[in-house]
Ligand binder design. Structure first.
Ligand SMILES: [Zn+2]
Length: 122
């Protein structure tokens, strides 16, 4: 088995020995890279288990601080999107002007060619 094939099956190794994991286990036993990856999964699993059993007492001002932070983030996001919208409008105006100029130039060129052609024909 290759490392990328094993990588997707590594989390299943954490849940215990399974008959279908024998090949994976054999690879991990020989491969330092996958051993390191498995160690990271074990560490992550341990951290998540600790989070599950840990109860965090909220401080009295936590709700207010969280709401203030959310409001700030929302305002910053709104400002950022306004700036982006202005930039897009500006770019659109430039593009529109350039497109209009190109169409006008094409029309003028085709008209002058038609006139020249008529003169040549007549
Ligand atoms: Zn490997």
């Amino acid at each position: 088995m290759r490392c990328d094939e094993v990588a997707t099956l590594l989390p299943s190794l954490l849940d215990g020995v399974d008959a279908s994991n024998v090949e994976v286990e054999r690879h991990v036993h020989q491969c330092l890279r996958c051993q390191a990856e498995l160690a990271r999964y074990r560490k992550l699993k341990r951290a998540m288990e600790q989070l599950r059993t840990r109860y965090v007492e909220p401080t009295p001002g936590l709700l207010g601080e969280t709401l203030a932070a959310l409001t700030d983030a929302a305002e910053q996001g709104a400002i950022r999107s306004m700036v982006t919208a202005r930039r897009l409008a500006y770019a659109g105006a430039i593009t529109g002007t350039a497109a209009t100029a190109a169409v006008t130039a094409a029309l003028l060129i085709s008209r002058s060619r038609k006139r020249a052609g008529m003169r040549l024909a007549g």
